[in-house]
Write a protein that binds this ligand. Structure first.
Ligand code: NDP
Length: 237
């Protein structure tokens, strides 16, 4: 499924900033019709925006209804919205664990579930989940986040098996550290430490993650894959 000239419709969750915004802009540049969910703009020019908190099934379902009414059936879902709330296990409250999993994993599942019926009916669809190198590598102080990101891999691979016979693919992009608001919050000494562990010695730009996502949307024979875009940090995992 190529977007250029094919009138593909893409929905990106959390498309108002960071990686989601870069993904939305990359699909726009590729000729797709692009909708993004947000909890408050500003949005990139040319995208259709719909307010949605992915922790609410009602809001997710309503957002899909609005996008489908405006742009038509959704061909490509990019489940990108995510948060961190880091602390060591002995200090982490159940609420901190549950809210990160609810946003990052259950939120993606809510979107995938809503997207699946239309994709199955039309015998075509692309689901792309934004995980993290941390989902495979682990990270001290990020047990909630790492668990949610590892969960996305199981989710995508199960959907790949479940929906493959209906022409629907499900894949994962696993970024390393990316220059966004999420990493801007890291204390300076951690930034230096992390860079030294990355073979390419730098954080990614959001556009470098976006190009992998756009490629996956056009990769008709790839499903159940985890594509690392991490400067070599995870060495292919
Ligand atoms: P940002 O913090 O820059 O943006 C996060 C996006 O998710 C925002 O649009 C935010 O909306 C949205 N969001 C958060 N919670 C919800 C919610 N409950 N409902 C709807 N939208 C929500 O993060 P990044 O761009 O860096 O991260 C994007 C994705 O990439 C995340 O899943 C993250 O885990 C993943 N990732 C990021 C890495 C990095 O180094 N930056 C590395 C690996 C993975 P709002 O503006 O309203 O808060």
């Amino acid at each position: 499924m190529r977007s250029k000239g094919a009138f593909v419709t893409v929905l990106v969750t959390g498309g108002n900033r960071g990686i989601g915004r870069a993904v939305a802009e990359a699909f726009l540049a590729d000729g797709a019709s692009v909708a993004v969910t947000h909890r408050g703009g500003p949005l990139p020019d040319g995208v259709f925006g719909v307010k949605c908190d992915v922790t609410s099934k009602t809001e997710v379902d309503a957002a899909f209804d609005v996008v489908e009414a405006e742009l038509g059936p959704i061909d490509v879902l990019v489940a990108n919205a995510g948060i961190t709330d880091s602390t060591v296990i002995t200090r982490m409250t159940e609420a901190q664990f549950v809210s990160v999993v609810d946003t990052n994993l259950t939120g993606a599942w809510r979107c995938a579930r809503r997207a699946a019926s239309g994709m199955v009916r039309r015998r075509t669809g692309r689901m792309i989940f934004i995980s993290s190198v941390v989902g495979m590598y682990g990270s001290a102080g990020l047990a909630n986040y790492a668990a949610s990101k590892a969960g996305l891999i199981g989710l995508a691979r199960s959907l790949a098996r479940e929906l493959g016979s209906r022409g629907v693919t499900a894949n994962v992009v696993a970024p390393g550290y990316v220059n966004t608001d999420m990493t801007a919050a890291l204390p300076a000494q951690y930034g230096k430490q992390y860079r030294e562990a990355i073979p390419l010695r730098r954080f990614a730009q959001p556009e470098e993650i976006a190009s992998a996502v756009v490629w996956l949307a056009g990769a008709d024979y790839v499903t159940g894959a985890v594509i690392p875009v991490d400067g070599g940090l995870g060495m292919g995992h």
